[in-house]
Design a protein around this ligand. Structure first.
Ligand code: AMP
Ligand code: MG
Length: 404
């Protein structure tokens, strides 16, 4: 029997980020950058105006006030995307829009709000200091500096700067392709009328969704009947497009536990009991010529979910090239007491409210089949192995699932 941490370390051993590929920048959100990206030019790349107004020489308007405005001759007009064709001289101004380059000779921008807005002779009713409303080249990013570091999970914010420094394509770790196979002769597709003894295959839908939430691409297969040949065929048919295979069901001690029976003979898949509740029977290893990692989850839906969260999600994140593979543990005051199995780490479904002064309550009935309770949960309360009961009001460890 292994502890959760021991088993997770075992599952993660040898899992390396997938080899980098070039992708169009527009497809890169959610991918992990495989190399540092430097700015080939500064940002802003030229001195430009931060306001709509007039490019002037500050000393011309030093004495301007509403009572005695200064009048300047407007010699040019520059929208964003254009350059002034004339330099600003004493007594003149160039009308300028936000983002347009500062004309030669100008040392400040007077915003349009401090003028009468004229296009021939403009009246300026206030003074501005040298440098007013000028965004300097390189003030944000200097040429040659790293704008996004290798290992960063790209969000809209990084994609923006990568575009700004001209990266049409970026080198990233690809999203892992994860095969989800559910097994069980009792399983039918949602929408199929249920005759006695049959149930709907909910695990493969849950796991496909969880794979996507973890930032990978999911391919759903199943449900596969409890038959060695059928299961073998399903695995073999998927290997060509798999970076990871996740199965559900068939790993307990039952007579028809096909997954265990078939994969045990392949030699590289090990089955273990982990000191956790729910989710005790686990298995992992490698299959196929390329040694594709496989993780076999228990069939009970809550066990399957918790096992995904604790073992599969970290593996997906490691394949994606992320350094942080586990969710951070937060703490909350548990409003209701509950019992916890002795000698096992319990992952109790909970409802979490708040952040800094968070509270949590257990939800749903006990039992690893309880999908209804799972659907109400937005966190897992982690009760350590040596703890038999959580008291009302006690501070507990929580895995926050509220953000995907
Ligand atoms: P097993 O691990 O195959 O022994 O299954 C344990 C329990 O989980 C049984 O009650 C199964 O009917 C149920 N189960 C297995 N696979 C699924 C699935 N894909 N969706 C919903 N329930 C399942
Ligand atoms: Mg089964």
């Amino acid at each position: 029997m292994l502890t959760v941490d021991q088993y997770r370390a075992q599952v993660l051993k040898g899992i390396e980020p997938l080899a980098p590929i070039e992708v169009p920048l527009i497809d890169s959100v959610g991918c992990v950058l495989a190399e540092d990206v430097r700015a080939p030019w500064p940002l802003p790349s030229f001195d430009n105006s931060s306001m709509d107004g007039y490019a002037i020489q500050a000393r011309d308007v030093a004495g301007a006030s509403p009572a005695s405005p200064v009048r300047l001759r407007v010699i040019d007009d520059v929208p964003a995307g254009y350059r002034a064709s004339e330099a600003v001289q004493p007594g003149t101004a160039v009308r300028i829009m936000t983002g347009a380059p500062i004309p030669d000779g100008a040392d400040a921008i007077v915003p349009v709000e401090l003028t009468d807005g004229s296009t021939d002779i403009v009246s300026v009713s206030d003074s501005v200091p040298v440098g007013a409303c000028i965004r300097r080249a390189g003030a944000d990013v200097m040429a040659g500096t790293v704008v996004v570091r290798q290992g960063t999970e790209l969000t809209s914010r990084q994609v923006a700067v990568l575009a700004a420094v001209g990266q049409a394509e970026v080198r990233v770790h690809p999203r892992p392709r994860v095969i989800v196979i559910s097994t069980g002769s009792e399983l039918v597709e949602p929408g199929t009328p249920l005759t006695k003894g049959l149930i709907t295959d909910s695990n493969s839908y849950m796991l496909v969704s969880a794979v996507q939430e973890a930032g990978a691409i999911a391919y759903r297969v199943g449900p596969i009947v409890d038959d060695d040949a059928a299961f073998m065929e399903a695995i073999e048919g998927q290997l060509h497009r798999a970076d990871l295979i996740v199965t559900s069901g068939g790993v307990s001690m039952g007579a028809y536990d096909t997954v265990k029976a078939v994969l045990s003979t392949l030699g590289t898949v090990e089955f273990t009991k982990v000191l956790m509740h729910p989710g005790m029977p686990q298995g992992h290893g490698h299959v196929g010529e390329r040694g594709t990692p496989i993780i076999t989850l228990p069939g009970n839906p809550v066990s399957s979910y918790v096992s995904f969260e604790v073992y599969v999600r970290p593996v997906i994140r490691a394949l994606r090239g992320l350094a942080e593979v586990e969710r951070p543990i937060m703490h909350a005051a548990c409003l209701t007491g509950f019992d916890s199995p002795a000698n096992k780490t319990q992952f109790m479904r909970g409802r979490l409210t708040g952040y800094e002064y968070a509270t949590v309550e257990p939800v749903g009935i006990a039992g690893s089949h309880a999908i209804g309770g799972l659907a109400q949960a937005n966190c897992l309360i982690v009760v350590p192995t040596d703890q038999g009961r959580v008291q009302a009001g006690e501070r507990v460890q929580v895995i926050d699932l509220r953000h995907g």
